[in-house]
Design a protein around this ligand. Structure first.
Ligand SMILES: [Zn+2]
Length: 591
């Protein structure tokens, strides 16, 4: 197993894998990005190609190798990460230990088999063929149907269930995979999806994890038009964007993302050439989905149905997106068509249309001034009521000032009046707390470092970064601080002589210290020091000062206790020690 892990690691580049999830920018020998595990606006997430490790220097402080990254970002177990990376590296894993097969793997396998089953039905079952004919009438090509793995779930109550049971799965597991429903108070199950066109929902690696089912022959049935997988061990609709596995590279390349609603809009958009496009399905835009998109691009183009109801649903997502720092544009297609219909009636035009998307404020202004004429006090009040909350949301003050002036001009009032209203109408806004939720869920605050550790880590990083001569630390005894990793590292450094040589040191370093050195080395990329030698000296002084203070404090406490208990035996000796420390401390003040 270990040799296979090493083989995978040697064939895989951590930068490439992480680059599949976040936008990495070159920073010296390393790469940096906004941390995907907590919400931040300045990048503190570092990846080192030479060490093949990553680390966040922001509030979450996470770090590790390519396996731990994949496990954390996908929320999967080691065996799952192993399987994904082995595939990527072209390493064939020795036979999988069935005990090692994770829960997740089991449900993924069930979903995979179901997807294949539905696909085959679309080609061979009688009604399946009709469903396929319908899809082609809607404009889908054969290769698109294949690429998105569309399928057909027959009207039968237990066709899929029987198929999966014959493959060795328990009905209860099929239920947990979201594909079967248990009859109340009975030990019987039936298929969840019946008489529906099936849209598999994929994770970022193209693995089916959930399903959407669209009713076919709707007159024959009074059921909901769309039915989705429930929340399962592997599928959480609030955290999945439909089509992202197909779109992620193009979104990063184009530095923008078009957001549509529903399966058909997404698939038709991709087929039409608009490949930087993802869909929300069965949910309003959630903070989790936005956090995922933020890893790929800051620019969102909304191609939502913006009628009254659609707009209400979109508004909340827009507010959230703004607070996360997205630039938002709104795409309105000619004749009010949705992307699927437009692609069918005007082939190969979507991409050009997407370029005409309007900035969100232009869109709001146009919409409101189309609805109300600014010719009466009543209408002006209505217009302001709609636009002021939008203007208030603009995080950039210059941009905000622009729209204040625009509104004042079009209403025929002075800017101060608009500004006054803007301040007056400040109402409670719960958006930030929802963004905190992402941070809370994905990150744990690292506890505050003790002072000596701050100085110690800084010392190590200075030595690592500036190849200084070891004499600067030679005289200091770090052993009393051996509870801290930095002290172990510095004692280790002292054993070598002459100039600092990172490669040599690193080779001789025991594994538990290597991780620490990786972390510190990455950290040192975050700051520039003009005069490292004097920085080291002051760092040393601070460390000494702090240690002296601590020891003096300890003596004071002992003396205080002796005072109370009237036991003065040791006092004289302690006083002498205290004096010695105090004068040493005084010398340090003069440096
Ligand atoms: Zn972080």
């Amino acid at each position: 197993m270990d040799s296979q892990i090493n083989e995978i690691k040697s064939r895989i580049d951590v930068v490439e894998v992480i680059g599949g999830y976040v936008r990495l920018q070159k920073a010296g020998a390393n790469w940096r990005a906004n941390c995907p595990f907590h919400n931040e606006r300045t990048p503190s997430f570092m990846v080192s190609p030479s060490r093949q490790v990553w680390r966040c220097f922001g509030s979450c402080g996470e770090g590790g190798d390519v396996f731990s990254f994949l496990m954390k970002i996908e929320g999967i177990e080691f065996v799952d990460a192993l399987k994904i990376l082995a595939q990527k590296a072209g390493v064939i894993l020795k036979r999988e230990d069935p005990k090692l097969k994770s829960e997740r793997r089991k449900y993924c396998d069930i979903s995979e088999m179901a997807a294949g089953f539905f696909e085959k039905n679309l080609e061979t079952a009688a009604v399946g063929k009709e469903a396929k004919k319908y899809l082609k009438e809607r404009g889908l090509k054969d290769e698109t149907i294949k690429e998105f793995r569309l399928g057909w779930a027959s009207e039968s109550w237990d066709e899929l269930l029987n198929f999966l049971i014959a493959k060795g799965y328990k009905a209860a597991d099929v239920e947990k995979a979201g594909l079967a429903v248990k009859k109340q108070n009975e030990n019987r199950w039936f298929d969840r999806f019946r008489g529906r066109i099936i849209f598999p929902i994929f994770d970022l690696h193209g693995q089916p994890i959930g399903f959407g089912g669209r009713i076919f022959k709707e007159n024959a049935d009074k059921e909901a038009k769309y039915l989705n997988s429930p929340q399962t061990f592997v599928y959480d609709k609030s955290k999945v964007l439909y089509g992202l596995n197909f779109a992620k590279q193009e979104i990063r390349r184009r530095e923008k993302c078009v957001l549509v609603e529903g399966y058909m809009d997404l698939i038709m958009s991709h087929q039409d050439g608009l490949k930087h496009c993802v869909a929300v399905s069965g949910t309003a835009l959630t903070p989790f989905q936005l956090a995922i998109l933020k890893r790929y691009s800051d620019n969102l183009i909304l191609a939502f149905d913006m009628d009254e109801a659609g707009q209400k649903a979109a508004d909340r997502g827009i507010d959230l997106a703004r607070n996360l720092g997205f630039n938002i544009r709104v795409l309105t297609l000619p004749e009010g068509k949705d992307p699927a219909d437009y692609a069918l009636s005007h082939p190969c035009r979507l991409e050009t249309e997407a370029e005409t998307a309007k900035p969100i404020m232009d869109y709001y202004f146009e919409k409101v001034f189309n609805k109300f004429k600014a010719d009466s006090a009543e209408n002006k009040k209505e217009i302001a009521k709609i636009l002021l909350p939008q203007i208030r949301q603009i995080p950039n003050q210059i941009e905000q000032a622009h729209w204040i002036a625009e509104l004042a001009g079009r209403l025929g009032v002075r800017e101060e009046v608009v500004i006054g209203e803007l301040k007056r109408n400040r109402e409670g806004n719960d958006v930030p707390s929802e963004i905190d939720e992402i941070t809370r869920e994905t990150a744990q605050k690292s506890p505050n470092k003790p002072r000596e550790e701050v100085f110690g880590d800084h010392l190590v990083s200075l030595l690592l970064k500036h190849n200084l001569h070891f004499d600067v630390i030679r005289d200091f005894d770090f052993s009393p601080l051996k509870n801290f990793t930095f002290a172990l590292a510095l004692e280790h450094f002292k054993k070598s002589d002459g100039e600092f040589n990172y490669e040599k040191i690193y080779r001789d370093t025991p594994d538990h210290l290597k991780n620490y050195l990786n972390k510190i080395e990455l950290e040192s990329q975050n700051f520039e020091i003009k005069d490292p030698l004097s920085e080291i000296k002051s760092c040393f002084t601070n460390l000494r000062r702090h240690l002296l203070d601590k020891r003096m404090e300890e003596i004071k406490i002992i003396l205080g206790q002796a005072e109370k208990s009237k036991a003065h035996g040791q006092d004289a000796e302690l006083m002498v020690r205290f004096q010695r420390l105090a004068s040493e401390r005084q010398k340090l003040e003069k440096i």
